[in-house]
Design a protein around this ligand. Structure first.
Ligand code: GDP
Length: 193
């Protein structure tokens, strides 16, 4: 997919602010610092549309990026940052429910994990949450460039097993460094648009 046009439309804190042009949406979720912004930027060939290495725990918004005037990437605030207060966590949870429960233009969610680490309890919960709403999920195992070739199969298997990924869901090896998996990601995602 060639993205010729990418613009941030809104950083939303509530459903009243979501775009209402009914274009299809792809949501992107993952732990803070997992490499979500890098994934977005790599897919749309921008250095810095999605902000990388943003301070975890800062204002939590759903960022809607309109691409080619045809669909949206919805950047979901990162989770799992230890220093976030209980109140912030609850707010995050409320936002997640509000969006995922009823957003009928949402076509698929990309759940980004760091292949070097065993998925955390937060990752497992996020995956289960999406499955609970019967939403399609693409699991992306990023930072593949950081593990030796000989360990790839083993690490990918661990990601799959810890998350208890459904047989129909993909776990896609990816790297924002080398662009491994980029074409495959678009190939899979465009079937939902
Ligand atoms: P976010 O908080 O999930 O949006 O994470 P970022 O995209 O800001 O990435 C966090 C850090 O991981 C940054 O220092 C990135 O340069 C680095 N990073 C992200 N993806 C990759 C990758 O595929 N390979 C390598 N080696 N580093 C990555």
């Amino acid at each position: 997919m060639k993205v010729n046009n990418a613009e941030i439309v809104i950083s939303a804190v509530s459903s009243k602010q979501y775009p209402n042009d009914r274009l299809p949406e792809i949501a992107l979720a993952g732990r803070s610092n997992v490499g979500k912004s890098s994934f977005i930027n790599k897919l749309i060939n921008r250095k810095n549309l999605a902000r990388t290495s943003s301070t975890p725990g800062k204002t939590q918004t759903l960022n809607f990026y309109k691409l080619n005037n045809a669909f949206y990437f919805v950047d979901v605030p990162g989770y799992g940052y230890a220093k976030v207060s209980k109140k912030e966590r609850e707010k995050w949870g409320g936002m997640m429910e509000e969006y995922f429960q009823s957003r009928d233009t949402l076509k698929i969610t990309v759940l980004i994990t760091d292949v070097r680490h065993e998925p955390t309890q937060d990752d497992i919960q996020m995956y289960e949450f999406l499955k609970h709403f019967e939403l399609p999920v693409l699991v992306v195992a990023t930072k593949m460039d950081k593990i030796p070739k000989s360990k790839r199969t083993q690490y990918l298997k661990r990601t799959k097993e810890t998350l208890e990924v459904d047989p129909e869901d993909y776990v896609l090896p990816f790297s924002s460094e080398t662009a491994e998996g980029k074409d495959e990601a678009w190939r899979l995602l465009r079937t939902y648009l």
